[in-house]
Design a protein around this ligand. Structure first.
Ligand code: NAP
Ligand code: HSE
Length: 429
């Protein structure tokens, strides 16, 4: 008879029910790997009367009282899969102070309060793991902190939000409307309780903050991440991009340059031959460039019950092994570097610009003059009549600095006959 390791789970929604299911389904393997019989004792929910798609087995107690998890001395590990920031932070701090190991899937919390929680974990000799917080079932955080520990990472580029990638795929391949695609993503359990963070790029930004911390050792603030979501994407941009050989995706990019970092999230045009361009549905991928390893990509389901639960339970298994070995309390990531931001003069990209311009002689000349004065060159140009008086002009620039582009766009704003509609970065192979 193996020793029992009792677990308390905070939350019994998509991920929580997945954790319960995986621990039951893969019980024998998990027991062999850890040397424990891992058993969920108590699960915290908000509403005991709620009709649930997944039921618990008889030995698991559902409760609405957090003390039944946090103050139960028999519970050695707490799994936080309830979401939110304030309450989850409070419960995790209480669990750590009570000497319990903690596993969480909560990227909002780790991105905003990671430092505080890591310190509390170390002060209490406890593990705090959060693999599921980024890219669902893709084990990207441990890959960065373990397998790529020897390399100097230069760039991390990722499709890290399953909901928006699912929506963009459905809109592009099945002509679903934005609303239909979002509803489907919600029904499949990919979206956050409030999907605003998904569609506005905030969820991806949280994940990029965590990836930046692990890859570059730098603690960027969410406010310093330039974020745009997918609400504004027009079918016109998707069609034109396709004609020009690109795929529109919501991309997060963190790049190191001379010991500084820039991080942003937004729609981007990916050359169709780029490995990230083929990442569809709720799948995520993180494309990492290392000074020595070169380019690597890690791909898999980024959201949903099963994949996310696998990452959570894998963290739980590592915590269990650490309890057995008496080695809890080592930080998930020890790499730290002073945080410095790259100035706009040193951030380089190609850009896709869609403009609406008066279709009269001289307007295009004015546009080229403005861009030439800012030092921005054109790589591709497309012009189509919009109506009798205006034209749609699409430009793909040469590689240019963000500062140069901003200068050109600021000048363009002063011209009433030129209106910028879309401004996305372009990623070539
Ligand atoms: P969910 O389906 O909305 O489930 C949340 C669960 O937490 C529910 O069971 C809810 O109880 C419970 N809960 C919420 N607030 C509570 C409170 N104050 N007190 C007690 N119980 C509370 O959420 P989810 O999709 O499983 O996501 C959970 C966490 O995992 C979030 O941090 C999310 O960002 C993260 N995550 C999710 C995915 C995904 O694909 N869904 C992937 C990676 C990470 P009731 O059931 O009674 O309402
Ligand atoms: N809402 C998130 C997504 C869940 O769609 O990617 C996984 O973190």
């Amino acid at each position: 008879m193996k020793e029992k390791l009792q677990v308390g789970v905070l939350g019994f929604g998509t991920v929580g029910s997945g954790v319960v299911h995986i621990l039951e389904e893969h019980k024998s393997k998990i027991s062999q790997v850890t040397g424990y019989e891992i058993a969920i004792k108590t699960v915290l929910v908000r509403d005991l009367e709620k009709k649930r798609r997944h039921e618990t087995t008889g030995s698991i107690k559902l409760t609405t009282d957090p003390d039944e998890v946090l103050e139960d001395p028999e519970i050695g590990v707490v799994v936080e899969v309830m979401g939110s920031i304030t309450t989850a932070r409070e419960y995790i701090l209480r669990a750590l102070k009570a000497g319990k190991q903690v596993v969480t899937a909560n990227k909002d919390l780790i991105a905003l309060h990671g430092d505080e929680l890591v310190t509390a974990a170390q002060e209490n000799q406890c593990d705090l793991f959060y693999e599921a917080s980024v890219a669902g079932g893709v084990p990207i955080l441990r890959t960065i902190v373990n397998s790529l520990a020897a390399d100097k990472i230069k760039k991390v580029m990722g499709i890290v939000n399953g909901t928006t990638n699912f929506m963009l795929t459905k809109m592009a391949t099945e002509q679903k409307t934005y609303e239909e695609a979002l509803l489907e993503a919600q029904n499949l359990g990919f979206a956050e309780a409030d999907p605003t963070n998904d569609v506005d790029g905030i969820d991806a930004a949280y994940k990029m903050v965590i990836l930046t911390r692990l890859a570059f050792g730098m603690n960027v603030r969410l406010d310093d991440v330039k974020v745009a979501g997918i609400r504004g994407i027009s079918p016109q941009d998707v069609v034109i991009s396709d004609q020009l050989g690109y795929q529109v995706k919501l991309v997060g990019l963190a790049e190191e340059r001379d010991e500084t970092v820039s991080v942003h999230v937004g729609p981007a045009l990916l050359a169709k031959a780029h490995p990230l361009a083929g990442v569809n549905h709720e799948n995520n991928a993180v494309f990492i460039t290392g000074a020595a390893v070169g380019e690597t990509m890690f791909y898999g389901p980024g959201a949903g019950k099963g994949p996310t639960a696998i990452s959570v339970v894998s963290d739980l298994i590592i915590a269990a092994k650490n309890i057995r070995l008496g080695t809890t309390g080592n930080a998930f990531n020890n790499f730290k570097h002073e945080t410095k931001y790259t100035p706009d003069e040193q951030i380089f990209s190609k850009y896709y610009l869609r403009l609406k311009m008066n279709d009269k002689t001289g307007t295009f000349l004015k546009l080229t003059q403005i861009f030439a004065e800012a030092g921005v060159g054109f790589d591709k140009i497309l012009q189509k009549p919009f109506d009798e008086y205006t034209a749609t002009v699409v430009i793909i620039t040469h590689v240019t600095s963000k500062a140069q582009l901003e200068k050109a766009l600021k000048r363009t704003k002063q011209e009433p006959e030129i209106k910028l509609i879309t401004n996305y970065s372009v990623v070539e192979v």
